[in-house]
Design a protein around this ligand. Structure first.
Ligand SMILES: Cc1cc2nc3c(=O)[nH]c(=O)nc-3n(C[C@H](O)[C@H](O)[C@H](O)COP(=O)(O)O)c2cc1C
Length: 234
């Protein structure tokens, strides 16, 4: 699943094969569904990256797929900021280091040792970093759907990130979501409008190793719960 390129689903420059949408709804056959199930099972939050760069055009193609995500009122509130400037990356890394140290200090004594051993960001290795913000009060969409639930704007940003996450995993590219950050500092470091809301800071690149189990489960931090614990009936 996380094989390195060449990948037959990619074009010559390594970007996912794109093209005009088919005129008729494609048939999603059992083989496709089996592949999709494997994609869901093998998509991981990645913190251990190879430093190899992604081929040219791949980030743009991934973001082009991400913006096909649903959004409240078709508001498309997402704003993707590709962070390549070394000084800005250093500011985000320092931000993470401080917030992670604070999180470690807040751990109960019995979990502090385990927390300290966790790797919670791939900021030093990942070749690509993208900060995803939302415009909290977008004109696009004319407010439809968010009057009673303004948080749906941020949810729309999450949908785009998840779409990007799956699109990346489908071509062997890993993504790690970093939230152990002071969002106001990220906003300032990237010089984006102060009212934008940070949804996630993403590290993207080829994973060091594939895994079908979350890293936090392998590290003994938490385990996945059975379906019965989260599916209710009334
Ligand atoms: C909103 C959100 C924020 C997250 N923040 C972090 C983070 O700061 N650091 C980290 O290592 N993982 C972070 N993760 C990844 C989760 O730890 C991971 O999704 C979870 O352990 C399940 O693993 P999996 O994604 O490999 O299935 C975040 C995930 C989500 C959805």
């Amino acid at each position: 699943m996380y094989a390195q390129p060449p990948n037959p689903a990619q074009s010559a420059n390594g970007a996912p094969a794109a093209g005009p949408a088919p005129e008729r709804e494609p048939a999603f056959d059992p083989a496709f569904r089996a592949g999709l199930a494997a994609l869901f099972a093998w998509r991981r939050d990645v913190r251990h990256f190879l430093t190899d760069p992604l081929p040219p055009g791949v980030v743009e193609a991934l973001v082009a797929q991400a913006v096909q995500a649903p959004s409240v009122g078709l508001s498309q509130p997402w704003r993707f900021v590709r962070v390549s400037d070394p000084a800005r990356r250093a500011a985000v890394r320092a931000n993470f280091a401080r917030c992670n140290a604070q999180a470690l200090a807040a751990q109960p004594q019995e979990r502090a040792g385990l927390y300290a051993r966790l790797k919670l960001a791939g900021l030093d290795q990942a070749p690509e970093q993208i900060a995803v913000f939302v415009e909290p009060d977008p004109a696009t969409g004319h407010g439809l759907g968010r009057a009673t639930m303004p948080e749906t704007v941020a949810y729309s940003g999450v949908m785009a990130i998840h779409t990007l996450w799956l699109a990346a995993a489908a071509q062997g590219i890993g993504l790690g979501w970093v939230s152990i950050l002071d969002p106001a500092e990220v906003t300032a470091a990237l010089e984006v409008p102060a009212h934008w809301r940070l949804v996630g800071y993403l590290c993207i690149g080829y994973p060091a190793a594939p895994a079908d189990t979350p890293e936090l489960e392998r590290a003994g931090w938490e385990h996945r719960r059975p379906l019965a614990d989260c599916l209710l009936q009334r």
